[in-house]
Design a protein. Structure first.
Ligand code: AMP
Length: 191
């Protein structure tokens, strides 16, 4: 299995680039944000619990997202690999992911980290909020809380993968195609 993490703050383009990457490399897309939103629309107990955190721009507890990812990995045998999007977001999630993949004799090949300035992120998320139907995209203070949460908790995930020399920073501003090309070049060196 060839497993990739697409990393970056909210609004850095992970969703857009994920779609292009899974089409090109045949990877299975696992987005914890998407999985949580589908739990919310299904009004499951997990979704209702997660919504309380998401509405405030806070991270959902580790055990909830790790449980979701664990079952998604188990339900996707015999695949080329996973593209993790929005996961892991804490060092505890990163360690748990390594253990889950280890059970499948697999590992993370590379973490691609999209780098975008804070003002550009806020601008993009407010714009996305006009059409995405996501309540956490329409309120500037929730958007800033999500970016703060990223800096407070999520950047430690890059430190975790740095120790294994698996992190590649990619400039996440510019045309979608140029960013995609830069991501592909990094993936191709590890394939
Ligand atoms: P996203 O679609 O990736 O921007 O995620 C939307 C929201 O879902 C985040 O602001 C968090 O509240 C929650 N979320 C998504 N992924 C995770 C994760 N790996 N760990 C904790 N919370 C998450």
């Amino acid at each position: 299995m060839f497993n990739v993490i697409l990393f970056g703050p909210p609004g850095s383009g992970k969703g857009t680039q994920s779609e292009k990457l899974i089409a090109k490399y045949g990877l299975k897309h696992l987005s914890t944000g998407d999985l949580l939103r589908s739990e919310i629309s299904g009004q499951t107990a997990l979704g209702l619990e997660a919504k309380k955190f998401m509405d405030k721009g806070q991270l959902v507890p580790d055990e909830v997202v790790i449980g979701m990812i664990s079952s998604a990995i188990d339900h996707n045998d015999k695949i080329t690999g996973f593209l993790f999007d929005g996961f892991p977001r804490t060092a505890a999630q990163a360690e748990a992911l390594d253990k889950l993949l280890d059970l499948k004799n697999a590992s993370i090949a590379i973490m691609l980290a999209l780098d975008v300035s804070e003002e550009e992120l806020v601008k993009r998320l407010m714009k996305r909020g006009e059409t995405s139907g996501r309540s956490d995209d329409t309120n500037e203070s929730v958007i800033r809380a999500r970016i703060d949460e990223y800096h407070a908790k999520t950047t430690s995930v890059a430190d975790y993968y740095h120790q294994f020399d698996k992190v590649k920073m990619i400039k996440g501003e510019g045309s979608i195609d140029d960013i995609f090309l830069a991501l592909c070049q990094e993936i191709d060196t590890r394939l």
